[in-house]
Design a protein around this ligand. Structure first.
Ligand SMILES: Nc1ncnc2c1ncn2[C@@H]1O[C@H](COP(=O)(O)OP(=O)(O)OP(=O)(O)O)[C@@H](O)[C@H]1O
Ligand SMILES: [Mg+2]
Length: 265
């Protein structure tokens, strides 16, 4: 780490490194349309290293689209997105590298159904990070133990519960050593009794300093683990503050209305 405030070029791809509070993700004036539909409207968002940002908002407000632009599963029409100071690459090797830096966990677990749990976790590290089979398996077993499913390593995904599969999906993302993890409603496809086992893993990750962006309706998680809550509606960020500010001093009627609906049931 440097004590200088001037950017210092540290590694081969000229990644600027300043201080530990630098934004890991910065979105500036991002606009996105699907045809005539304006889905992201002037999105400005900074997430610093170690920060846990929860995004909430009604269905169709653009939460998933926002996440998907961050690892370029969706292109944007204007504005800029940088990860750790580097603009999102258009394509090619740099894009593969970026995708490795941004872990993503979806509502559906997206595991390869015909591969064992262990193979699911070792596949990308072997292909993209170039690890040997033995090294990838050693690390995979450590990660599977960390999320509490190491005893399932030789099974196929269908032999695991939804909660276990989602924890495998988290371990698989972590195996790429991401700088930031995106979670898009990771518990909304789970039976209620499995939600907490996944949230517990996410809370642990947050405590260990992982930078996280989490789309969720789990307000308990937001209160417990988030540093910041962003409320989106109709493609716009309407509120951006601490959980305390958001839950106790909700500013907009739109967010008040949304909260009253989800906190009621
Ligand atoms: N590939 C696509 N093509 C066209 N329209 C899309 C596409 N993906 C999303 N949309 C539309 O963009 C808007 C934002 O969708 P998005 O999935 O980002 O919302 P969301 O906030 O994640 O909603 P939910 O809470 O239901 O997951 C919606 O109106 C949706 O129908
Ligand atoms: Mg969504």
């Amino acid at each position: 780490m440097t004590t200088s405030t001037a950017p210092v070029l540290l590694d081969a791809i000229d990644r600027p490194v300043t201080d530990e509070n630098r934004p890991l993700l910065e979105m500036s004036h991002v606009e996105k349309y699907f045809g005539d539909l304006h889905v992201l409207k002037d999105i400005n968002l900074k997430v610093t290293k170690g920060e846990v940002l929860v995004i909430i908002g009604p269905s169709g407000s653009g939460k998933s689209t926002l996440c998907r632009t961050i690892n370029r599963l969706e292109t944007i029409d204007s504005g800029t997105i940088t990860i750790d100071g580097v603009p999102l690459p258009e394509e090619g090797k740099q894009l593969t590298k970026l995708r490795a830096e941004v872990g993503m966990v979806f509502q559906s677990f997206n595991l390869f159904s015909h591969k064992t749990i262990l193979d699911n976790v070792t596949l990308a590290p072997r292909k993209v990070r170039g690890l040997s089979k033995a090294a990838a398996e050693k690390e995979a077993m450590e990660l599977l133990a960390r999320v509490g499913v190491d005893s399932q390593a030789n099974k196929l995904p269908a032999q695991l519960s939804g909660g276990q599969q989602q924890r495998v999906a988290i371990a698989r993302s972590l195996a790429m050593h991401p700088k930031v993890m995106l979670f898009d409603e990771p518990t909304s496809a789970l039976d209620p009794e499995m939600i907490n086992e996944v949230l517990d893993v996410m809370v642990d990750l947050a405590k260990q300093g992982m930078t996280m962006i989490v789309v969720t309706h789990e307000m308990g998680f937001a209160r417990q683990a988030a540093n910041r809550v962003v409320f989106m509606a109709d493609g716009e960020i309407l509120e951006d503050g601490t959980p305390e500010e958001f839950f106790t001093h909700t500013k907009t009627d739109r967010a008040k209305d949304f909260l009253s609906k989800i906190l009621d049931h």
